[in-house]
Write a protein that binds this ligand. Structure first.
Ligand SMILES: Nc1ncnc2c1ncn2[C@@H]1O[C@H](COP(=O)(O)OP(=O)(O)O)[C@@H](O)[C@H]1O
Ligand SMILES: [Mg+2]
Length: 286
């Protein structure tokens, strides 16, 4: 299996074809990208966080975004979510998009299914919420109060709420950062199953190189305000951590300035503060 080396990107990346390893269809004509960013800059005070950034995400493509803390990942994600201002000439993203943040909250005074149904129009809102909860294995908790959910259950409710209106773009900001390793592995499988079933374009922000390689069609590295490197992941899923996986891992860690041979940081340094992973508070498709 051959991989492109990590490399500096040209100014404009062509849209990547939507990779769907389970489908065996004839090549389709190129589609316009779901996300198209050209020359986007964002500054806070004197600091230019995003600088003349270009990015395309193809329909149905699963992209992971890595970068050091403070490199602007959340800023980019919020821009694509429409939560922060952007020139529409520079940033194009579909109106039908949904976000799951690590540190957002389910509304505690609404039962789980009502959180999922929030803002849904139509008499079938409850049925759709129930179906979405069933998809994430949470139908039995639909009448529960959010405070009684485990962290992993709350995450699944967040995913159900994000997917219930079939977004064309699903934005995930470190959604698994606060859960234990076993729950994280289960969540990876669930996210891939939901991605296959609903086929949104996905942008997953993560600081976890293994997670990025496990899930994504393409891994990007954000550095100095731009997409500074990319790796296309051609490995069949599920990905087994074999030699090709390890080679990619080494390249990406090197790119991030981490010594792949060094022991992992102690939990005290690496764990985020205890926080339940919950959905974007309004649950709206933005
Ligand atoms: N609303 C804001 N006001 C001022 N500075 C901000 C704001 N949001 C983000 N920043 C700054 O922009 C930089 C990038 O932040 P962020 O996008 O959250 O990084 P990341 O998600 O990669 O850790 C950081 O230095 C952060 O402090
Ligand atoms: Mg962030």
């Amino acid at each position: 299996m051959a991989f492109a080396n990590v490399h500096m990107l040209p100014q404009v990346q062509p849209p990547a074809p939507a990779a769907r390893p389970t489908e065996e269809t004839a090549p389709s004509p190129p589609q316009s990208p779901t996300v198209r960013v050209r020359g986007f800059s964002r500054r806070f005070g004197d600091t230019e966080v995003l600088r003349d950034l270009d990015l395309d995400i193809a329909p149905g493509e699963f992209v992971a975004l890595l970068g050091a803390s403070g490199s602007g990942k959340t800023t980019l994600l919020r821009t694509l979510a429409g939560l922060d201002p952007a020139d529409p000439e520079a940033v194009r993203a579909p109106a039908n998009r949904a976000v799951v943040f690590q540190d957002a909250r389910l509304l505690p005074w609404k039962r789980v299914w009502r959180n999922v149904a929030l803002g849904l129009a139509g008499l079938d809102a409850a049925d759709r919420a129930r179906a979405a909860l069933a998809e994430v294995g949470l139908e039995h908790r639909m009448d529960a109060w959010p405070a009684t959910l485990s962290g992993g259950e709350a995450q699944r409710a967040a995913l159900a709420r994000a997917l219930v209106r079939e977004p064309r773009l699903l934005l995930l900001d470190e959604p698994f950062a606060a859960v234990d390793a076993l729950t994280r592995i289960r969540m990876h499988g669930l996210v891939l199953a939901l991605w296959r079933a609903h086929a949104p374009a996905v942008l997953l922000v993560t600081h976890d190189v293994d997670e990025a390689i496990t899930l994504a069609d393409r891994v990007l590295v954000l550095e100095k305000g731009r997409i500074a490197a990319e790796e296309r992941i051609d490995l069949a899923r599920p990905r087994d951590g074999g030699p090709a996986f390890q080679a990619l891992r080494r390249r990406l860690l090197n790119r991030l300035g981490v010594d792949p041979g060094a022991p992992p940081p102690s939990p005290a340094q690496s764990s985020p503060p205890e926080a339940e992973l919950l959905a974007y508070p309004t649950g709206e498709i933005l």
